[in-house]
Write a protein that binds this ligand. Sequence first.
Ligand code: ME8
Length: 513
Amino acid sequence: MAKTEQSGGKTLANGRKKFYVTTPIYYVNDKPHIGHAYTSTATDVLARWHRLLGDDTFLLTGTDENTLKLVEKAKKEGVEPREIADRYAERFEASAKVMEISYDRFIRTTDEAKHHPGAQEIWKRIESAGHIYKGTYEGLYCVDCEAYYTEKDLTDGKCPIHSTPPQKLKEENYFFKLSAFGDQVKEAIDSGKYEVVPETRRNEILSVIAGGLKDVSCSRPADKLTMGVPVPGDDTQRMYVWFEALTNYLNGIGFGWDEKRFARYWPADIHVIGKEISRFHAAIWPAMLLAAELPLPKKLYVHGFFTMEGEKMSKSKGNVVDPFELVEKHGVDPVRYYLLRALPYAEDGDFSERRFKEMYDSELANDLGNLASRVLTLVEKKCDGKVPEGKADPKLKEHVAQTHHELANLLDAPKFAEALERLNGLVSLANRFIEENKVYQQEGDDLNGSLYTLAQTLGHLALLYQPFIPGKAGELQQRLGLKPDGWDADSLLEWEKVPAGTKVAKGEPLFPK
Ligand code: ME8
């Protein structure tokens, strides 16, 4: 398989490919829930996959803090906004750790040394190119979305996402000439230079652009938005939160404070986001970059939303699922696995405890867990715990190679649920191989060939599941004497993973029931 097919585009001076992936930065006015955990986990799968391929990988996540809603919440609680921001930013970082997100940097937009300078630099570049002007904004604003709306965007006079009436604003602020970039953004998306997936989302955004992009307000009066990034050269204004938050994707890798690192990783290979913020990422963000004369990101992946047992998750319904509790109850790998499997590509998904249990029992315990324990038990019982020398079964070997190929394509899409299904397909095939050949009754060369083949297959599975369930995959690697890192696209594909003579350990069931 050609390496370029699997890796991020740019080749670095040291010959390695780079891969830069981001999560949205999350608001700090509330606790993290499984929606946030899903996005971060999906992002993490891509980062871990590219590290496995040997790419120089960077995963950025963090928090979006300079919001009016935080200022208002702080006023109500009688505390400084920063106090609340610190509280929740800590919570989000802790949830990233609990979900085993392998982030390289956690950015906070209150960071005056490593976020503000980059955000202001972008402002200056856009302004000096003539794309920012002063005007009066008169219209609607949803504080929960931190977004401007027109009457026709509303549902029964309310915000379509939060079902709350928006504020009416009339204020002096700066505008970004978004209208001047419609054609260029359209061309970038149409041509795939900035690839927006799934296609339904791409078509949606193209029709928004075809309807005409209007200039957008890009600042708020400093007396209202008392925290935030000061507009360069005008103390009375702060940058509108989305306008500076989007620049986190540049600042997080060094824009404004480590240009060398910035040059190494930009452009982003993929931004992962939820569907409600696609306009910001597919229209305003590329326009800002074009205006500032910076390269566009390569891809935007827009995923659907989780509902909870069929209902919208909301605090008032009390059905928001806390990732900390979930991990405490089930362990992190099953939670990651379930979230990734439960959200189909291009659609919404439902979180259900019953489905979680069913999936755990059938796919993890009965299929993958069982395969591992059957193969390791057979090697222990029949071959003294050492992988025998034997002839590889050509069909299973071919299927392993095919799985690599398909997995690479599915993760390139990226289709997480399908990628796991594909791996599960290999597990089923290996289980069937044991049944059909009655490996437990085999002797001599037949037995040796079967166990040698199964040990290699299990070795490949231990590596290929690693991006999804790093803990359990790691345990399996250990039992097979397999190293977790130091692989690249070529060595990963090599058939022999657990050479004859390797001493393996049976261990406890990987997924106890
Ligand atoms: O929008 N299902 O932050 P946010 C799946 N700060 N994913 C969900 C979800 C659900 N029910 N609910 C939330 C913001 N998400 C801005 C982003 S980026 C420059 C600024 C995930 O805290 C999903 O990824 O509201 C969504 O886009 C994100 O959380 C929104 O997080």
